[in-house]
Design a protein around this ligand. Structure first.
Ligand SMILES: [Zn+2]
Length: 490
């Protein structure tokens, strides 16, 4: 992308210094940039040595605003109204900014785009927005200060998202209505005040194409000085109906394009093109690096609201994920032999939700007690759907990362702990069996109150019982069911 200028380096710190003859100077006028080309056809910009200060006027360096540097070469902005250059002479000419998207070398284009972003900020912040007095430049940082009311004005960046909405092998490609850029685009839009970037993703996709999305994953970001943006790229999957409802004010078209139909996009400039090409190259969407697991879990259950248990008896458990040797493991407990309920069986840390406690609080409290850890070592990633426990009471699971765990546990409640890598579950399917849940009325059951009396056809609930025969122990029952539901969604 345009900011990837290795082996050159961008030094963004504000460390003004005196201009030197080979330093770069950017001139902008009416949305255009002063540039020329060298003998190789590379874009070039005026240098300090090319300036022609007016005789008897301001010395050139008084009109130059330090911006940043690329390696040892500093970049300056020339104050907009100065007349240091006779542009038509010496091959200099004002060009539309889009020239920067197809020129070389890359570091020059990136520097010019970033200079434009700063230029717009300086240009549009001459006076204090609070009291109207002229702003002055702070000598120590990139900041404008109002000498009258003390208002501080920092550079303005607009956060925006770019969204690759996918459906298996297809990605949703759009074209903008009434814009200069005619190429392929993805859904995009600005973050509103009060909104998270993930919420922007959901809102923009709904507004522009009328689709619901799930499994929102952050990809990477890009400074996009042309529009003063910081672009954040996300992928997500369409959820439910695939038919597009186009916002015709924004978009000219939106269509599903399969990997094989994607042509070559010039991915060296824009995040949009990079994301289209990344999707094309992505062979198996199911492969997730260990480091991505927490982000993946957050995205998968993003916005999920767990329901309220209607039973007074309810339980909460934590699925503790531990990173070991570059891979995430699930931690299980084996219950102490002396416990009255289910001694010796395998379970997750957790327990009964007490009055006034949320399921999440109960899960954290019980896990901390059983594993002898602090609650701030338990990073809850998401609430999952409740499962029915052995007594019919709901069990609320929470996926969490357990940080800096030292294999501790309370011997009163726990016989031992062990971990199973996520990859083991990928390679080993559980055994699935059926049971039936039967209603057996008690002695005092008033058969006369129901149609058919003693012959009433009570429904029988078929239940699946799952068994994981892990190298450490057999995991079954509600613990296996929770594990299975978690892994299915993961
Ligand atoms: Zn002011």
């Amino acid at each position: 992308m345009i900011q990837d200028i290795m082996p050159k380096r961008f030094y963004n710190q504000y460390c003004p210094k005196d201009p030197e003859p080979r330093d770069t100077v950017f001139f902008f006028r009416e949305g255009k940039i002063l540039a020329g080309t060298d003998e190789h056809g590379f874009i070039r910009f005026p240098e300090v040595k090319d300036l022609h200060p007016e005789e008897g006027g301001e010395p050139a360096d008084r009109l130059l605003r330090y911006l940043f540097r690329i390696d040892e070469r500093a970049c300056y902005l020339c104050e907009p109204d100065s007349d240091l250059m006779a542009e038509e002479a010496e091959g200099w000419q004002y060009h539309p900014l889009r020239l920067l998207r197809k020129s070389k070398p890359k570091e020059a284009c990136f520097a010019a785009m970033t200079a434009w972003h700063l230029y717009v900020w300086y240009r549009d912040n001459r006076c204090c927005g609070r009291c109207g007095k002229a702003l002055v430049h702070d000598p120590g940082e990139r900041l404008l200060v109002c000498p009258s009311c003390g208002n501080h004005v920092y550079p303005r960046i607009s956060p925006a998202v770019i969204v690759g909405v996918t459906d298996q092998d297809r990605i949703l490609m759009t074209r903008y209505a009434g814009r200069e850029h005619k190429g392929n685009a993805l859904i995009a839009g600005f973050c509103e005040i009060g909104e998270t970037a993930e919420e922007t993703v959901r809102r923009e996709v709904m507004e522009e194409v009328g689709l619901k999305v799930k499994n929102i994953r952050y990809y990477k970001s890009q400074p996009w000085g042309f529009a003063g943006d910081l672009l954040m790229g996300y992928y997500c999957e369409v959820d439910g109906d695939r038919s597009v409802r186009l916002d015709e004010d924004e978009l000219e078209s939106a269509r599903w394009v399969s990997r094989s139909e994607i042509g070559d996009e010039p991915a060296h400039v824009s995040l949009t093109a990079d994301m289209i090409m990344h999707f094309k190259r992505e062979v198996s969407a199911g492969q997730t690096e260990a480091a991505d697991i927490p982000a993946h879990i957050r995205g998968t259950w993003y916005g999920h609201t767990p329901g309220i248990p209607d039973s007074r008896e309810a339980y909460a458990v934590v699925i503790p994920l531990i990173e070991r040797e570059g891979e995430y493991h699930i931690l299980f407990e084996q219950r102490a032999a002396g416990l009255s309920r289910q001694p010796g069986e395998v379970c997750f840390p957790g327990g009964r939700i007490e009055t006034g406690e949320s399921p999440e609080e109960a899960g954290l409290r019980e896990t901390a007690e059983e594993l002898l850890v602090d609650t701030d070592q338990i990073e809850i990633l998401s609430a999952l759907d409740a499962q029915m426990g052995p007594s019919g009471a709901p069990v609320w699971p929470f996926a969490a990362v357990l940080h800096e765990y030292r294999d501790t546990f309370s011997e009163d409640e726990v016989a031992r702990v062990f971990t199973i890598p996520l990859s083991w579950f990928g390679e080993n399917s559980p055994r699935r069996c059926k049971t039936e849940l039967v209603t057996r009325p008690g002695e005092d059951f008033p058969y006369e109150l129901i149609p058919g009396g003693r012959e009433y056809p009570f429904r029988r609930k078929k239940q699946e019982v799952i068994f994981y025969e892990t190298p450490e122990a057999v995991i079954w029952g509600v613990t296996a069911k929770i594990t299975d539901e978690f892994l299915k969604k993961l």
